[in-house]
Design a protein around this ligand. Structure first.
Ligand SMILES: [Zn+2]
Length: 188
């Protein structure tokens, strides 16, 4: 499915915060891992597709500059429609629609209708998954029970033996319950 060809290209004004070190590193790591999985052939190809869909969900939860974020959303929509996560894809399409100029809205609406038509369920998403919760070192999902956070760049880790942050190289690692403060919205 060459969905990217159907997705409209448009730009919106950049209003997001700057791309900080940890977001930038995560963006590169996700990109490299998705590129690697794209080459997987044979019996493992199906699980590679599910993994690419999961990585793209985490990717699209990063608070990035608008132009990066739209590319991430498109990747997430394409990868998740491939593995029949139509409810998730519709949610992301609606997000794009809300930012799209009027000339591009019809195309997005027809993709949303396609998702509705295929049944609004997610074939391969754990209902408890929070796409904004991932380990910066392994790119795996984080446990909801608790995790480690860098006190400087706020990168999260599932279980890190290193005392310092491997993402920014400067912060130190604390348990999530030791930190307080507002949790950033994934769509902020
Ligand atoms: Zn850090």
């Amino acid at each position: 499915m060459h969905l990217l060809n159907y997705l409209p290209s448009f730009s919106i004004s950049i209003r997001g915060p700057f791309l900080n070190v940890s977001k930038n590193n995560a963006l590169v790591s996700f990109g490299q891992e998705i590129a690697r999985l794209q080459k997987v052939q044979g019996p493992s190809a199906l699980s590679a597709r599910g993994e690419m869909a999961r990585l793209s969900r985490h990717l699209s939860s990063l608070p990035l500059l608008a132009r990066h974020r739209i590319n991430c959303l498109r990747t997430a929509i394409m990868r998740n429609m491939e593995v029949q996560n139509f409810a998730y894809a519709k949610q992301m399409l609606e997000l794009l629609l809300s930012k799209a100029p009027p000339s591009k809205q019809d195309e997005l609406r027809s993709l949303i209708n396609m998702c509705v038509h295929r049944g609004l369920s997610n074939k391969s998403i754990d209902p408890l998954e929070d796409p904004s919760q991932f380990c910066a070192a392994t790119l795996s999902r984080l446990s909801t029970i608790g995790y480690d956070v860098c006190d400087l760049c706020r990168a999260k880790f599932s279980a890190l033996s290193a005392p310092g942050c491997i993402i920014c190289g400067m912060g130190s690692i604390k348990r999530s319950d030791a930190l307080t403060g507002p949790v950033p919205s994934p769509f902020g």
